[in-house]
Design a protein around this ligand. Sequence first.
Ligand SMILES: Nc1ncnc2c1ncn2[C@@H]1O[C@H](COP(=O)(O)OP(=O)(O)OP(=O)(O)O)[C@@H](O)[C@H]1O
Length: 493
Amino acid sequence: MTAAPAATILVVDDEPDLRTLYELTLLREGYQVETAGCLQDALQHLERRRFDAIITDMRLPDGMGLELLRQLREDMRTERCLVMTAYGSAENAVEALKAGAFDYLTKPVDLKQFRTVVASAVQADPAASRVPRMPAYRQPAPGDRGHAALQRMAGESESMRMVKQRIVKVARGMAPVLVRGESGTGKELVAQAVHANSQRAEGPLVAINCGAIPENLLEAEFFGVRKGSYTGASQDRPGYFQAARGGTLFLDEIGDLPLAMQAKLLRAIQERSVRPLGATQEEPVDVRIVSATHRDLAADVLAGRFRQDLFYRLNVIEIVVPPLRERREDLPALCEVLLARIAADAAMPVPRLSAAAQAQLARHPLSGNVRELENLLHRAVALNDSDELQLDHDALEAQAETVPMNAPEPAAAAAPMAEPQATPPPPEHLPRDLQAYMDQQEREILVRALHENGFNRTATAARLGISLRQIRYRIARLDIPTPQESDAHDDTG
Ligand SMILES: Nc1ncnc2c1ncn2[C@@H]1O[C@H](COP(=O)(O)OP(=O)(O)OP(=O)(O)O)[C@@H](O)[C@H]1O
């Protein structure tokens, strides 16, 4: 057991049998337990002393369990609160998490899950016990993992500072986080910082690009496989959920998940258990879900492309990463960090950006956000032959001409440019082989777009208004060579 033996827990439930069941279960785990049968009783316990965790039923005879949460927050207390909600009442669970609950449990409570969730809530936190009246979150100290992860996110603009504050604030609970923002804004860095600032930082962070996994493999990849479940499954193989146990599962490009898989993911999140392919039994999983998307998921829900119930579950806490054009004051800091990174990778001294290059960047639309900036700097370093870095004029021109590649929804993105861009001029002579002609056209467009986006397929797909799956298919069909490392990059981020 990971919990400190002397951790104290307050159990609030009006049903005596359940109260006793929870009490005995917790005592057996080595905790000190106090119980209360109603809200007033619970508030009196809280006046007398501090606890490590509170477990409360949602409905109490004299009010709602959420009232306790409100009181704890008002008094800036550190107790972590677990709320028990009736089975199937997703709204209550989401409401509790939004109100600041550490986590929730669904009734009837599975005792194994109960023990796991409680252990995670009372994990030793010496800072919290020494300083009883502090905000519910702790600022990361220089040198610790959470601090380092925030440092990796360059930029001190007002909007970035707010993003960082929000990360610290929400990191410590279990509530699912949805990171929204245009492509290349740094959503993956945000997810890493949430993990690093959470109490799960010692556990794994498993990052998956949902759009990059072939549809027929999704279930096995997510939930694992039992030996013999299909020809070739010669041994048990864990899925992402098992791999992320005790840590964070980062589901990037969540909007690309097909509807059938959305239903399975929802079930796994609600039940907190998964059934590997070929298994007869479910196995409990303990993961925190952070997801990200550049799409307008609410619009996808309206269009029937994304399940509303899953959206509701994933979007308990939202972090919006602003596009670079709205925080241009971050440009110098970003250039510094990115150039240092590029130089370190190439084992060379950090180059200096010329004043002319800085001015060019300040005027450039940078619709591809930090990723575009990174690509421009990469190219500049590669072509550089002087002390001061100049920007590649052609690359700047080419990228400035492109329409923003980040409109939230590819289909919508295609609409405004339909007239001038969607219809190429007709060929002078009719082609003899229509298919070969079309393939050639498509190939040229893809190669150009891939070049312009530094071979990042996520960005290229967004630029062309197609999904990542479609672009992967087209690249393979047309046999377009791409650098190995770009494959790895856009698979994970
Ligand atoms: N604030 C930042 N400081 C330093 N580097 C950054 C910052 N934001 C983004 N980057 C870098 O820019 C690149 C793109 O970032 P990232 O992959 O996190 O974007 P994203 O929003 O997840 O993109 P996509 O939607 O295409 O997956 C990465 O190399 C990342 O390290």
